[in-house]
Design a protein around this ligand. Structure first.
Ligand SMILES: Cc1ncc(COP(=O)(O)O)c(C=O)c1O
Length: 394
């Protein structure tokens, strides 16, 4: 048999999706993979039913159905604060996941370097490997996940092609301040580097924190590829609708790559999603409030259990410190917690470049009843963990 690609040796299957399988196996409350256990807005489900009964069932234009692009450009122009041309500056993709890999394949040659903040969303490792790029990691230091300016500049001095910016950030919940974005933008311009954003949580930010789009900063639109999706904003992670917004010459390249990766995002779903893209401001304020309630409810529960965590500023994850339990292997800890305690989380080590084994990530995009059930199970965590004899090499 011929050998498979060498690339496969450099990444494993998704730890996050593996934790979901383990949660299902043990019937644990699944706070690992970040997707809601509640339905999208009723109006969106109704729009889908209407579209399903109609006749939009064949390929859409490969880079996005015109009415979807128009609605998207209108909505993003409103939030990003600059005019976006749906004809030339938008590529519609199968989720932000595809937008990012298509972007990486468009801008990177094998051997190009790309700056990645650590901890990072696990897709970025696969994205760099698949596009032949080499990551330069810059630390976001827990518990506050700040970066060191000298370390960042040293990374820029290594002639990277691009920097990946996940804002609001998974897993840390960090929302970059305007001042931090200005520092990154300053280096990107000084060292002539692209910025690729992943802004799928753009509408899930907890006051007083505020989401700023780096593409909106002076001189940045030209060098920024803003990737995002409808997955989190409208609770439709299964619809696989995402996009990249960038200057026409870059979008031209992304459209070419995208055409051969997937041809296009599902036509009926694009059609139905126009309804969501036309929602008024009230939808977004209600979304923020509903996630704020979930966040406060879950963090309050963690407080009552005496667990230590970093309060997220945005997105719907919280990193919890498990040092007190004495397990030196967070993967074993998470597997044990799913099977014995009944709650699944993601081992923090899967997000860090360095050996970090004292954190686990929970997500709270769940109904209050589900969160309450998880907290009830977690009430036994300390006593069960203290009774457990952890393998010394764990
Ligand atoms: C930071 C981040 N980017 C991208 C995704 C996936 O987005 P999409 O469903 O648009 O592919 C996720 C999903 O958890 C995420 O957390």
């Amino acid at each position: 048999m011929p050998k498979l690609s060498d690339k496969l040796a450099f990444f494993t299957d998704s730890v996050i999706r593996r934790m979901t399988r383990i949660a299902n196996l043990h019937g644990a409350v699944n706070l690992s993979q970040g997707f809601p256990d509640f339905d999208p807005p009723e109006a969106l489900k109704e729009a889908l039913a209407t579209v399903a009964a109609g006749s939009i069932h064949q390929y859409a234009v490969t880079w996005g159905a015109p009415n979807f692009r128009e609605a998207l450009a209108r909505k993003q122009t409103r939030f990003m604060g600059f005019e976006i041309d749906p004809e030339t500056q938008v590529a519609v993709t199968c989720g932000s996941t595809e937008a990012m890999i298509a972007t990486m394949l468009t801008i990177c040659n094998p051997g190009d370097k790309v700056i990645v903040f650590s901890p990072f969303y696990e897709n970025y490792t696969a994205d760099t490997i698949l596009s032949g790029a080499l990551p330069i990691y810059v630390h976001l230091n827990p518990p506050h996940y700040n970066f060191d300016i000298q370390e960042l500049e040293a990374a820029f001095q290594q002639h990277p092609k691009a920097l990946i910016l996940c804002n609001p950030s998974n897993p840390s919940g960090k929302v970059y301040t305007l001042a931090e974005l200005e520092i990154i933008a300053g280096f990107a311009q000084k060292y002539d580097v692209f910025v690729i954003t992943d802004e799928v949580y753009e509408h899930i930010v907890f006051e007083p924190n505020k989401h700023h789009y780096i593409a909106s900063l002076p001189g940045m639109f030209e060098r920024t590829i803003s990737c995002s999706s409808l997955s989190k904003t409208y609770s439709i992670t299964g619809w696989r609708l995402g996009y990249a917004i960038a200057p026409a010459t870059i979008i031209d390249g992304i459209r070419k790559v995208h055409d051969f990766l997937t041809v296009g995002a599902a036509a009926p779903l694009q059609e139905a999603a126009v309804t969501a893209l036309n929602f008024g401001d009230g939808y977004y304020t209600d979304l923020q409030q509903s996630y704020r309630d979930k966040r406060d409810f879950f963090l309050n529960g963690l407080d009552q259990l005496g667990l230590k965590y970093t309060a997220p500023q945005g997105a719907y994850y919280v990193m919890v410190d498990i040092s007190e339990f004495g397990a030196s292997n967070d993967v074993d800890f998470c597997e044990w917690m799913a099977s014995e305690v009944g709650v699944a989380a993601v081992p923090g080590s899967s997000f860090f470049r360095d050996e970090v084994h004292h954190l686990v990530r929970f997500h709270f995009a769940k109904n209050k009843e589900t969160l309450a059930q998880a907290l009830k199970a977690l009430a036994n965590l300390r006593s069960m963990a203290n009774d457990k004899v952890w393998n010394t090499k764990d």
